[in-house]
Design a binder for this molecule. Structure first.
Ligand code: PLP
Length: 429
């Protein structure tokens, strides 16, 4: 009988499990008897008490609209809102707080660039480059821009292993290329893309670069100046903060030259009956009442991540992900999508011959395990991989090896239950 070498875990690389005590939502039993195992972090993460407490404090003590009122609460809220902007600036290594625009999330940030920068700079016959592994949020806005402008959309292809075929970039980039929009980490393959290298090559061709950092900023230390990014977008809810808050980083020179996007209160300097002048950055792009308490809570989430240390978060997730990757391969017939463990961030998507990904997710849920199933907003990627759907387990700082073990055990049971009658298990022990 084939002897399988058991994957082991290096516990010295893990964060202490006591950290889970900070997350009240993780302490629950689902379906009456199963402790919750939350492995749906690429979709949205949970919040620690420290973030929930800040939200509570803001609403119980400090909340009022920002920037407008000349009263105590408005001043307190404004101060904390701007402090949060400063925390974001430092967290991603931007030069100035004016380069940090609060949005409602990654999707909103990318659409802002596609509408404002895109409509002003992209004309018929120009070219936009994306990749085959983009989330719809970093694809559809560029399709819409191409439709509006008559520009051509091109794709950097991927290998069967889920890596970008970077050799194609030099032929894809031409003097007509206006923008390269790429995810730093794929939300399905987990691939960590070489965004610094892509940016260098795009700049050499005269194109600007937008990075969809929804899956990287929460997990990997990010420095926009080291990357050389022109724009970079991410979401608070994927990094321990509330929903409704996100960030668009833009180089000041570019944001300055861009026309205002949404019109309304706060984004103006002066309004007359027939015209307006826009406010200075970043207010120019923050029309209307912003997500005040969520932004302040994003600052608290950053404080929390910094206390733990993003390099420790990264090491923890990498070790868990490697372990999950190796252990899931013990399940006969299971196919893992994408890159080997050393090229990926903390998530694993897979398929089984039977049953469908949605059934796998439902059966896992019956045992208390939360995962995501479907096309994960990456339809073209699933077409490229010739699959209709996949199941994704995604990790964060509070997940444990015991949770990975349970995932593998239940996936193995599901595989056995749906194995066509009369077919023997191949290999294994
Ligand atoms: N880009 C990537 C890579 C994502 O994984 C997601 C969300 O899953 C998004 C963009 C969209 O983020 P949001 O829904 O927070 O705008």
């Amino acid at each position: 009988m084939l002897e399988l070498k058991s994957p082991t875990i290096d516990r010295s690389k893990l964060l202490p499990a006591s950290l889970r005590d900070d997350f009240p939502i993780l302490q629950q039993i689902v379906h009456d008897e199963h402790p919750l195992v939350f492995l749906d972090n690429a979709a949205s993460t949970q919040r620690p008490r420290q973030v929930i407490e800040v939200l509570r404090r803001v609403y119980e003590r400090d909340y009022a609209n920002v920037h407008r009122g000349i009263h105590t609460l408005s001043e307190r809220s404004t101060e904390q809102y701007e402090e949060a902007r400063e925390k974001v600036r430092a967290f991603i290594g931007a030069e100035k707080p004016t380069e940090i625009v609060f949005t409602s999330g990654t999707t909103a940030g990318i659409n802002l660039v596609a509408r404002s920068w895109g409509d002003a700079n992209v004309k018929a016959g120009d070219e936009i480059i994306v990749t085959t592994m983009e989330h719809h949020s970093n694809l559809v806005p560029w399709q819409q821009l191409a439709e509006r402008s008559g520009a051509v959309l091109k794709h950097i292809p991927i290998t069967d292993d889920g890596l970008l075929v970077l050799d194609t970039l030099d032929t894809l980039l031409t003097e007509r290329t206006k923008i390269v929009a790429v995810a730093s980490v794929s939300n399905v393959l987990g691939t960590i893309n070489p965004v610094t290298e892509i940016t260098r090559r795009a700049h050499a061709a005269g194109a600007v670069v937008l990075i969809d950092a929804a899956q990287s900023v929460p997990h990997l230390a990010t420095n926009v100046r080291e990357i050389g990014a022109d724009f970079l977008a991410f979401s608070g809810h994927k990094m321990l903060a509330p929903t409704g808050i996100g960030v668009l980083f833009g180089r000041e020179e570019l944001l300055d030259a861009m026309p205002a996007f949404l019109g309304g209160g706060s984004m103006i300097n002066r309004v007359w009956e027939d015209r307006f002048t826009p406010a200075e950055l970043p207010a120019k792009f923050e029309a209307g009442t912003p997500p005040i308490a969520p932004a302040i809570a994003l600052g608290a989430a950053i404080d929390y991540l910094k206390l733990i240390g993003l390099e420790n978060v990264q090491r923890h997730e990498h070790e868990l992900c490697r372990y999950a990757y190796e252990r899931l391969l013990e399940v006969d017939g299971l196919r893992i999508l994408g890159a080997p463990p050393d090229r990926r961030a903390g998530l694993v998507s897979f398929t089984l011959p039977e049953p469908h990904a949605h059934d796998i997710a439902q059966l896992l849920d019956e045992r208390g395990i939360a995962v995501r199933a479907g096309h994960h907003c990456t339809w073209p990627l699933h077409d490229r991989l010739k699959i209709a759907a996949s199941t994704r387990a995604s990790f964060y700082l509070y997940n444990t090896p015991a949770e990975v073990d349970l995932l593998v055990e239940v996936v193995g049971e599901i595989r056995e239950r749906f194995r066509p009658k009369g077919r023997k298990r191949r290999g294994g022990s």
